[in-house]
Design a protein around this ligand. Structure first.
Ligand SMILES: *[C@@H]1O[C@H](CO)[C@@H](O)[C@H](O)[C@H]1NC(C)=O
Ligand SMILES: *[C@@H]1O[C@H](CO)[C@@H](O)[C@H](O)[C@H]1NC(C)=O
Length: 435
């Protein structure tokens, strides 16, 4: 869920309206008249990436567009969402990467479409660096607010639908963006971003059968939201559990009612304060908190029928279809946010149903370092797919070690970006990255 390190930045000059105050984020009354992926409105925006990467290499962005588009929520209702398309100078219009960020918040004001705007008061995450690496390849990069306008954080269904409809929307605006209507496209996401990407991959055959992705790279996968809750509770990542439950309760009214009657009244305000924050705020306020202590019946609350039925419907990967596109999955055995055995089991289950998966198990890293170390291989894998090279058929598992990342891939990420990541991680990277 958490990509990890957060870089706080001084706020920049011009003020940008928060989504909650910006009319662009208003859902039209006739939303049901639009088909999934239809563009409701569009605009061109000045971007913020240069500011976010101060001290690092600047991506040269020629244009950026935002589309409000129709998608579908977890209950099947027509809703609006917003996505951002970034176009680098010297862009290759035949290549598109749908990059899902780990914005990990149940508050729409923390959405990437806000953070991408020049003047936004926000903090950079490692996602910005991977997006920059993709832009520096000349790819068009599309990054949706896949939780929808109400920020249904951790709900797999809406995250998948909104990711797929964001791609549909981008292909309806090629006249203005210059993207080729026959462009090859792939997806990438780490942690919270892998949640949206995996759900999109497994929902695609039924929800968007006309789309033909070249592949999807999934890092730090979180196959089972409930296992994440119990794994992170009481630890440094515990804040995400608050946001996750709150996000689900906005997607499922029965869970909102459940929270209302099951939270300890004296702790309700604090619960929602933590749960409503952006990633950095929820992380710091919720760190080392015991989520269960906020419920009248403690840990048993999560086992009640209402939360269990919601988690079963929208919190477990591999239950809504089998991806027909090839997948690259990278995961640290020591991941302390989502147990790696869940990813082993998901890969096994999908492979037994015919999926093609290249699975890299990193025996050295954990959740945060893996975002970085796995990224070089992920970028190289996506690059091959966008070049039209066929992925290997069937499934294979490779045990890798953080220090064994090959130098060719690291170079592809960009030496300066690697240096910046090295800084962000406080020197946690291995020898392969220090050169
Ligand atoms: C929805 O309503 C707006 C405003 O009346 C209108 O401009 C638009 O064409 C409608 N969209 C559809 C798909 O009917
Ligand atoms: C920017 O965001 C921070 C953290 O949320 C907040 O404390 C600060 O007041 C904001 N600054 C402006 C100018 O809105």
């Amino acid at each position: 869920m958490l990509t990890g390190f957060v870089l706080l930045l001084a706020s920049t000059a011009t003020a940008v309206l928060l989504p909650s105050q910006d009319a662009f984020y208003t859902q039209p009354a006739n939303i049901s008249s639009y088909a999934p992926g239809d563009v409701i409105s569009s605009r061109s925006i000045p971007t913020n990436l240069n500011g976010l990467l101060s001290g690092g290499p600047s991506p040269s962005i020629k244009a950026a567009y935002q589309y409000s588009y129709r998608t579908t929520d977890s209950l099947g209702n027509a809703i609006a969402a917003v996505t951002t398309l970034l176009v680098p100078y010297g862009a290759d219009p035949s290549k598109l990467l749908a990059y899902q960020t780990a914005y990990d918040s149940a508050n729409n004001d923390c959405s990437p479409s806000y953070a991408f705007q020049a003047g936004a008061n926000t903090s950079a995450t490692s996602d910005i660096i991977f997006i920059t690496a993709a832009l520096n390849q000349g790819w068009y990069v599309l990054s949706p607010d896949y939780e929808g306008l109400q920020a249904h954080y951790t709900s797999g269904l809406i995250s998948g639908y909104a990711t797929l409809d964001s791609v549909r929307a981008a292909f309806k605006q090629t006249d203005t963006s210059g993207l080729s209507s026959s462009a090859k496209y792939a997806m990438w996401g780490y942690s919270g971003g892998s949640l949206a990407s995996e759900w999109a991959a497994e929902l695609q055959p039924t929800y968007a059968p006309e789309l033909h992705f070249e592949g999807t790279a999934l890092g730090g996968l979180i196959p089972n939201v409930q296992d994440v809750l119990s794994t992170i509770n009481g630890g440094p990542f515990a804040g995400l559990a608050f946001s996750g439950i709150f996000g689900l309760s906005k997607a499922y009214p029965e869970l909102a009612n459940f929270l209302d009657s099951n939270l300890v009244p004296a702790k309700k305000d604090q619960f929602y304060t933590i749960a409503n924050g952006c990633l950095s705020q929820a992380s710091s306020q919720g760190a080392f908190q015991d989520l269960y202590s906020y419920f009248r019946t403690g840990k048993a609350s999560i086992s009640q029928p209402v939360p269990q039925s919601v988690l079963a419907k929208t919190g477990i990967m591999g239950t809504h279809g089998v991806p027909s596109m090839p997948l690259f999955v990278y995961k640290a055995v020591g991941d302390e946010v989502s147990p790696s055995v869940d990813t082993d089991n998901l890969v096994k289950a999908l492979c037994s149903k015919g999926a093609s998966i290249e699975y890299h198990k990193d025996v050295v890293g954990e959740h945060i370092t893996e975002a970085v170390t796995g990224s070089a291989n992920a970028l190289a894998w996506i690059s091959d797919r966008l070049d039209g090279k066929a992925a290997s058929e069937g499934c294979s598992t490779e045990v890798v070690a953080l220090t064994a990342v090959d130098l060719e891939s690291v170079e592809q990420l960009g030496g300066e970006l690697v240096a910046l990541l090295q800084d962000l991680l406080g020197g946690k990277l291995g020898p392969a990255f220090s050169g």
